[in-house]
Write a protein that binds this ligand. Structure first.
Ligand code: B4P
Length: 192
Protein backbone atom coordinates (compact mmCIF):
# COMPACT_ATOMS: atom_id res chain seq x y z
CA UNK A 1 0.00 0.00 0.00
CA UNK A 2 1.05 3.58 -0.62
CA UNK A 3 -0.05 5.66 2.36
CA UNK A 4 0.80 9.34 2.03
CA UNK A 5 0.26 11.87 4.80
CA UNK A 6 -0.06 15.42 3.48
CA UNK A 7 0.92 17.72 6.28
CA UNK A 8 1.09 21.48 6.77
CA UNK A 9 -0.64 24.48 8.31
CA UNK A 10 -4.15 25.57 7.29
CA UNK A 11 -4.12 26.88 3.75
CA UNK A 12 -0.78 25.30 2.87
CA UNK A 13 -2.38 23.46 -0.05
CA UNK A 14 -2.99 19.98 1.35
CA UNK A 15 -6.48 19.71 -0.12
CA UNK A 16 -5.40 21.28 -3.41
CA UNK A 17 -2.53 18.83 -3.89
CA UNK A 18 -4.37 15.77 -2.55
CA UNK A 19 -6.74 15.92 -5.51
CA UNK A 20 -3.86 15.59 -8.01
CA UNK A 21 -2.18 12.80 -6.07
CA UNK A 22 -5.47 10.93 -5.76
CA UNK A 23 -5.80 10.86 -9.54
CA UNK A 24 -2.18 9.96 -10.26
CA UNK A 25 -1.82 7.16 -7.72
CA UNK A 26 -5.44 5.94 -7.80
CA UNK A 27 -5.65 6.10 -4.02
CA UNK A 28 -8.52 7.87 -2.27
CA UNK A 29 -8.02 11.25 -0.62
CA UNK A 30 -9.16 11.12 2.98
CA UNK A 31 -9.81 14.67 4.17
CA UNK A 32 -11.05 14.95 7.74
CA UNK A 33 -11.96 18.60 7.05
CA UNK A 34 -14.18 17.51 4.13
CA UNK A 35 -15.73 14.74 6.23
CA UNK A 36 -16.62 17.24 8.95
CA UNK A 37 -18.05 19.66 6.36
CA UNK A 38 -20.12 16.80 4.87
CA UNK A 39 -21.58 16.12 8.32
CA UNK A 40 -22.20 19.81 8.85
CA UNK A 41 -24.06 20.10 5.56
CA UNK A 42 -26.19 17.07 6.37
CA UNK A 43 -26.90 18.43 9.85
CA UNK A 44 -25.76 15.28 11.66
CA UNK A 45 -25.03 15.20 15.37
CA UNK A 46 -21.31 14.88 14.52
CA UNK A 47 -21.60 17.92 12.24
CA UNK A 48 -23.10 20.04 15.02
CA UNK A 49 -20.36 18.98 17.42
CA UNK A 50 -17.59 19.65 14.87
CA UNK A 51 -19.04 23.06 13.99
CA UNK A 52 -18.65 24.25 17.57
CA UNK A 53 -14.87 23.75 17.23
CA UNK A 54 -14.33 24.58 13.55
CA UNK A 55 -16.08 27.94 13.76
CA UNK A 56 -13.62 28.97 16.47
CA UNK A 57 -10.60 27.74 14.53
CA UNK A 58 -10.00 24.94 17.03
CA UNK A 59 -9.28 21.28 16.44
CA UNK A 60 -12.13 18.83 16.92
CA UNK A 61 -11.31 16.39 19.80
CA UNK A 62 -9.08 13.45 18.84
CA UNK A 63 -11.52 10.68 19.74
CA UNK A 64 -14.34 12.18 17.66
CA UNK A 65 -12.04 12.72 14.67
CA UNK A 66 -10.44 9.28 14.82
CA UNK A 67 -13.80 7.48 15.16
CA UNK A 68 -15.07 9.35 12.10
CA UNK A 69 -11.93 8.41 10.18
CA UNK A 70 -12.24 4.71 11.04
CA UNK A 71 -15.90 4.65 9.94
CA UNK A 72 -14.88 6.24 6.65
CA UNK A 73 -12.00 3.84 6.03
CA UNK A 74 -14.43 0.96 6.45
CA UNK A 75 -16.24 2.25 3.34
CA UNK A 76 -13.10 1.65 1.23
CA UNK A 77 -12.67 -2.11 0.84
CA UNK A 78 -9.33 -3.44 -0.46
CA UNK A 79 -7.63 -0.08 -0.96
CA UNK A 80 -4.25 0.28 -2.68
CA UNK A 81 -3.47 3.04 -0.23
CA UNK A 82 -4.69 6.40 1.03
CA UNK A 83 -3.81 10.06 0.83
CA UNK A 84 -4.43 11.48 4.27
CA UNK A 85 -5.19 15.20 4.02
CA UNK A 86 -5.48 16.99 7.36
CA UNK A 87 -5.06 13.87 9.52
CA UNK A 88 -3.12 13.39 11.78
CA UNK A 89 -3.14 16.84 13.40
CA UNK A 90 -1.97 15.79 16.88
CA UNK A 91 0.52 13.25 18.19
CA UNK A 92 -2.38 11.18 19.57
CA UNK A 93 -3.86 11.08 16.05
CA UNK A 94 -0.48 10.07 14.57
CA UNK A 95 -0.27 7.20 17.05
CA UNK A 96 -3.86 6.22 16.27
CA UNK A 97 -3.11 6.21 12.53
CA UNK A 98 -0.12 3.89 13.00
CA UNK A 99 -2.34 1.50 14.96
CA UNK A 100 -5.20 1.64 12.43
CA UNK A 101 -2.91 0.97 9.46
CA UNK A 102 -1.16 -1.89 11.24
CA UNK A 103 -4.26 -3.58 12.59
CA UNK A 104 -6.63 -3.07 9.65
CA UNK A 105 -4.24 -3.35 6.70
CA UNK A 106 -0.92 -4.75 8.06
CA UNK A 107 0.54 -1.58 6.59
CA UNK A 108 2.09 1.72 7.63
CA UNK A 109 2.56 5.36 6.59
CA UNK A 110 4.87 5.38 3.54
CA UNK A 111 5.88 9.03 3.75
CA UNK A 112 4.76 12.33 5.30
CA UNK A 113 5.03 15.28 2.93
CA UNK A 114 5.03 18.55 4.84
CA UNK A 115 4.15 21.71 2.91
CA UNK A 116 6.06 24.73 4.21
CA UNK A 117 4.37 28.11 3.72
CA UNK A 118 4.91 31.45 5.47
CA UNK A 119 2.10 32.49 7.87
CA UNK A 120 1.25 35.73 6.05
CA UNK A 121 0.82 33.86 2.76
CA UNK A 122 -1.48 31.39 4.54
CA UNK A 123 -3.65 34.23 5.84
CA UNK A 124 -3.89 35.80 2.36
CA UNK A 125 -4.77 32.47 0.70
CA UNK A 126 -7.49 31.66 3.21
CA UNK A 127 -9.03 35.15 3.08
CA UNK A 128 -9.06 34.81 -0.72
CA UNK A 129 -10.75 31.41 -0.53
CA UNK A 130 -13.21 32.84 2.00
CA UNK A 131 -14.63 35.14 -0.67
CA UNK A 132 -16.18 32.15 -2.43
CA UNK A 133 -15.88 29.02 -0.26
CA UNK A 134 -18.77 29.74 2.08
CA UNK A 135 -16.57 28.40 4.88
CA UNK A 136 -17.18 30.21 8.17
CA UNK A 137 -13.58 29.57 9.22
CA UNK A 138 -12.17 31.34 6.13
CA UNK A 139 -13.81 34.76 6.33
CA UNK A 140 -12.65 36.19 9.62
CA UNK A 141 -8.94 37.01 9.88
CA UNK A 142 -8.97 36.50 13.66
CA UNK A 143 -10.29 32.94 13.25
CA UNK A 144 -7.75 32.26 10.50
CA UNK A 145 -4.94 33.41 12.81
CA UNK A 146 -6.41 31.26 15.62
CA UNK A 147 -6.23 28.24 13.29
CA UNK A 148 -2.57 28.98 12.60
CA UNK A 149 -1.90 29.39 16.35
CA UNK A 150 -3.67 26.07 16.99
CA UNK A 151 -1.41 24.51 14.34
CA UNK A 152 1.75 25.64 16.14
CA UNK A 153 0.36 24.67 19.56
CA UNK A 154 -0.84 21.16 18.73
CA UNK A 155 0.03 20.07 15.20
CA UNK A 156 3.59 21.15 14.36
CA UNK A 157 4.92 18.75 17.03
CA UNK A 158 3.65 15.78 14.97
CA UNK A 159 6.80 16.32 12.85
CA UNK A 160 8.81 14.64 15.64
CA UNK A 161 6.71 11.48 15.36
CA UNK A 162 7.50 11.06 11.68
CA UNK A 163 11.09 12.31 11.88
CA UNK A 164 11.76 9.56 14.44
CA UNK A 165 10.43 7.04 11.89
CA UNK A 166 12.51 8.56 9.06
CA UNK A 167 9.31 9.41 7.15
CA UNK A 168 9.39 13.20 7.12
CA UNK A 169 10.00 15.21 3.93
CA UNK A 170 9.58 19.00 3.78
CA UNK A 171 8.41 20.57 0.53
CA UNK A 172 8.38 24.28 -0.25
CA UNK A 173 4.65 25.01 -0.62
CA UNK A 174 5.09 28.42 -2.27
CA UNK A 175 5.03 28.50 -6.06
CA UNK A 176 2.62 27.41 -8.75
CA UNK A 177 0.31 24.53 -7.93
CA UNK A 178 1.89 22.53 -10.80
CA UNK A 179 5.45 23.09 -9.50
CA UNK A 180 4.46 21.90 -6.05
CA UNK A 181 2.72 18.80 -7.47
CA UNK A 182 5.96 18.00 -9.31
CA UNK A 183 8.00 18.29 -6.12
CA UNK A 184 5.55 16.04 -4.27
CA UNK A 185 5.71 13.46 -7.05
CA UNK A 186 9.51 13.47 -6.93
CA UNK A 187 9.40 12.80 -3.17
CA UNK A 188 6.84 10.00 -3.61
CA UNK A 189 8.99 8.39 -6.30
CA UNK A 190 11.70 7.93 -3.67
CA UNK A 191 9.46 5.66 -1.59
CA UNK A 192 7.77 3.67 -4.37
P1 B4P B 1 -9.18 21.49 6.62
O1 B4P B 1 -10.37 21.29 5.80
O2 B4P B 1 -8.17 20.40 6.65
O3 B4P B 1 -8.62 22.87 6.07
P2 B4P B 1 -7.33 23.63 5.71
O4 B4P B 1 -6.27 23.29 6.70
O5 B4P B 1 -7.80 25.02 5.61
O6 B4P B 1 -6.94 23.24 4.24
P3 B4P B 1 -5.72 22.98 3.27
O7 B4P B 1 -4.34 23.07 3.81
O8 B4P B 1 -6.13 21.69 2.68
O9 B4P B 1 -5.78 24.18 2.24
P4 B4P B 1 -6.15 24.20 0.70
O10 B4P B 1 -5.42 23.21 -0.13
O11 B4P B 1 -7.61 24.14 0.60
O12 B4P B 1 -9.57 21.78 8.15
C1 B4P B 1 -10.62 22.63 8.55
C2 B4P B 1 -10.97 22.47 10.03
O13 B4P B 1 -11.50 21.13 10.29
C3 B4P B 1 -9.82 22.58 11.04
O14 B4P B 1 -9.54 23.92 11.39
C4 B4P B 1 -10.37 21.76 12.25
O15 B4P B 1 -11.29 22.50 13.01
C5 B4P B 1 -11.13 20.63 11.57
N1 B4P B 1 -10.28 19.41 11.41
C6 B4P B 1 -9.93 18.87 10.21
N2 B4P B 1 -9.15 17.79 10.40
C7 B4P B 1 -9.00 17.65 11.75
C8 B4P B 1 -8.28 16.73 12.58
N3 B4P B 1 -7.53 15.75 12.06
N4 B4P B 1 -8.33 16.88 13.94
C9 B4P B 1 -9.05 17.85 14.48
N5 B4P B 1 -9.76 18.76 13.76
C10 B4P B 1 -9.72 18.68 12.40
O16 B4P B 1 -5.62 25.61 0.25
C11 B4P B 1 -6.10 26.82 0.79
C12 B4P B 1 -6.21 27.90 -0.28
O17 B4P B 1 -4.95 28.18 -0.86
C13 B4P B 1 -7.12 27.51 -1.44
O18 B4P B 1 -7.95 28.60 -1.76
C14 B4P B 1 -6.17 27.19 -2.59
O19 B4P B 1 -6.72 27.51 -3.84
C15 B4P B 1 -5.00 28.10 -2.28
N6 B4P B 1 -3.74 27.51 -2.73
C16 B4P B 1 -3.35 26.22 -2.57
N7 B4P B 1 -2.12 26.03 -3.11
C17 B4P B 1 -1.73 27.26 -3.61
C18 B4P B 1 -0.56 27.75 -4.29
N8 B4P B 1 0.46 26.95 -4.58
N9 B4P B 1 -0.51 29.06 -4.63
C19 B4P B 1 -1.53 29.89 -4.36
N10 B4P B 1 -2.67 29.49 -3.73
C20 B4P B 1 -2.77 28.20 -3.37
Amino acid sequence: MLNIVLFGPPGSGKGTQAKFLEEKYQTPQISTGDLFRYNLKNETELGALAKSYMDKGQLVPDEVTTNMLVDHLDNNPNPQGFIFDGYPRTTAQAEALDKILTEKYQSEVSVTLALVVDDEILVQRLLERGKTSGRADDVDETIIRDRITEYYAKTAIVAEHYKAQGKWVEIDGVGTIEDITEKLNAAIKEVL
